[in-house]
Write a protein of this length. Structure first.
Length: 586
């Protein structure tokens, strides 16, 4: 039987057969490409990245410039200056990596092993060796490397953080590490300050960018400035005056708070000891924060202003209320003494403030109903954080009124058995200066968001009436007698030409090791001027002075210096008012 002939059109060599074979070949080729595409896009991204590197694709960071931290007048407390990053091309540095790594270690003090690894990085033409290096240093290092015959190092722009004022407000401003903020405003407001880095992706060949190669650029977005309420010049002066006082008193530390009495804005928040923000590693860790905000302490007799103001507001006393003050006051099983020895004396309520009598204050506080003093102290802002944007702020300790005993109220009435931070207490005293209305303190102009999501700043200022205008005026006149050389205990706090209202404080300090009164003291002075039209409130605290002085003789002169400087700097004229002549004895 003869073989069957293939159907017409399907014979070997016909056009139709050749076409079908072509389709099969094309399908096979497409399947290979498809499999490779799946491998590149989904199955093996590392292989794709490696191939891109081999072909000379480089992605470089375009650093954003960090926002400045400014004082209230726009003067920089922290800014950015020209810096450079040092970059290596491992395709050129690998051959001499050990020698070059030693060279860079000696010149830049960077880790030898990590640097060696980068210099040898396979399939790479772009490795960061050092970031944020001063321009002069980076240029000198690269030039010296070339002179030694090392190839493959170059530089690119990388702004460097600088603190032009050194130690001024360093406890607030904080500082940066190599790649991240480590303390202070730099860390708290990093989202606002940092901006967003950009990037550039381009082709290189032989260590050089290919002019007509692929290039993709995402521009950086620079950070935003942070403007504070700090007055740079006043802060500088306050820090110097405080440092001298701490040294003269052989004290452990101290701090100063200066408020604008009308707005609650913090013009100065000074700590001593402090540090240079350009060299933070050279300072002890204890000096890197703000003691005024992070350390708790008992305010002592400055708190008597709050106790007596509350009594005045309730109508329980007047400035002329007469009090018989015994040499000691036995309360249950413990005696209360005054800071000065005396027999039985006759003081007015004004005299209790002017002479700073614990006994007289306790006797007057007996007129409170249960829980009344606690409620007033809360309204003055004690026992709760100020939330001004300082990291690690303590809220202090104000025992709940439910646990108060008679003895606890006695001690709290004259400033012991409770603790505060510096700005808390300054804002409480400023309530008297502001006619009985507490203004929440602020440290940032406008509004800014902290790293824990709180919005702070002058736009968030709140006001709350705590005592009446009449009670605040009465308290002011009583405080004027504190600096009277004939009536009070702090004539050294007087500012020539101005009427000053103030109050001294001396408090037993609680030791960190024993958690008990360890025989040391903290002394302080708080006040405002001009007393009849307050412009500034100043609070000075000196911790553990060893010169035997109290609040009036140790902190009072610092208050006078800083208040005098502030009044002159802001051209505040004397009002011509006469100081109070309220009687202190009867």
């Amino acid at each position: 039987m003869p073989p069957t002939r293939p159907p017409r059109g399907t014979r070997r060599g016909s056009p139709h057969l050749r076409l079908r074979v072509g389709f099969v070949v094309i399908a096979m080729v497409l399947s290979v490409f498809g499999a490779r595409l799946v491998q590149l896009q989904g199955l093996d991204p590392n292989s794709y990245a490696a191939m891109a590197a081999q072909e000379g694709l480089v992605t470089a960071v375009l650093p954003a410039e960090r926002g400045d931290i400014l004082d209230r007048n726009g003067e920089p407390l922290a800014d950015s200056v020209e810096g450079l990053m040092i970059i290596a091309d491992p395709s050129q540095t690998a051959a001499q990596a050990p020698e070059l790594a030693r060279f860079l270690y000696k010149r830049l003090d960077i880790d030898y092993v990590a640097t060696l690894t980068k210099l040898r990085e396979p399939d790479s033409q772009y490795e960061y060796i050092a970031r944020r290096v001063p321009s002069t240093v980076a240029t000198a290092v690269v030039d010296a490397a070339e002179a030694h015959g090392y190839e493959g190092l170059y530089t690119e722009r990388d702004p460097l953080r600088d603190y032009p004022t050194g130690d001024v407000a360093a406890n607030l401003v904080g500082f940066m590490g190599t790649d991240e903020p480590l303390a202070g405003f730099e860390r708290t407001f990093n989202d606002q300050l940092s901006g967003t880095d950009g990037s550039a992706r381009y082709e290189v060949g032989g260590g050089n960018r290919i002019p007509l190669g692929d290039q993709t650029v995402t521009e950086p977005v620079d950070g935003q400035d942070l403007r504070t309420t700090i007055d740079l010049d006043l802060q500088w002066y306050a820090q110097r005056a405080l440092r001298q006082a701490v040294e003269d008193a052989r004290a452990d530390s101290g701090f100063v708070v200066v408020l604008d009495s009308r707005t609650g804005e913090i013009l100065t928040l000074a700590d001593d000891p402090t540090y240079d923000a350009n060299s933070p590693t050279q300072a002890p860790k204890a000096d890197l924060g703000s003691r005024a905000m992070q350390d708790v302490y008992e305010p002592g007799s400055v708190e008597k202003v709050l106790t007596v103001s509350s009594l005045l507001n309730e109508g329980l006393v007047t400035p002329q209320t007469k009090i018989v003050v015994p040499p000691a006051l036995m309360r249950e099983d413990r005696p209360i003494h005054d800071w000065f020895p005396h027999g039985t004396i006759h003081l007015t309520m004004t005299g209790a403030i002017a002479k700073s009598s614990n006994i007289a204050t306790v006797l007057a506080a007996d007129r409170f109903e249960r829980g009344q003093l606690y409620d007033y102290l809360r309204q003055f802002g004690l026992g709760q954080p100020t939330n001004i944007g300082v990291r690690g702020e303590t809220k202090g300790l104000l025992p709940h009124k439910g646990v108060w005993t008679h003895q606890m109220q006695d001690r709290i009435a004259f400033g012991q058995s409770l603790s505060v931070n510096g700005v808390q207490m300054a804002a409480a005293i400023n309530t008297i200066a502001n006619g009985g209305v507490r203004i929440s303190p602020s440290l940032i102009q406008g509004s800014a968001t902290t790293d824990d999501g709180r919005v702070v700043g002058t736009d968030q200022t709140t006001k709350q009436r705590v005592i009446s205008t009449r009670a605040a005026t009465q308290m002011t006149h009583m405080m004027e007698r504190v600096v009277d050389p004939e009536a009070g205990v702090a004539p050294a706090a007087q500012v020539p030409g101005y009427v000053v209202a103030g109050k001294t404080g001396t408090a037993q300090a609680v030791g960190e090791e024993c958690g008990c009164y360890d025989g040391t003291f903290d002394v302080s002075f708080a006040g405002f001027a001009p007393a009849d039209d307050p412009r500034f409130t100043v609070y000075v605290v000196i911790k553990n002075p060893r010169n035997g002085g109290g609040g009036g003789s140790t902190a009072g002169p610092v208050f006078a210096k800083i208040m005098s400087y502030a009044l002159k700097r802001y051209a505040v004229p004397p009002t011509g008012a006469k100081p109070s002549q309220l009687p202190v004895e009867w």
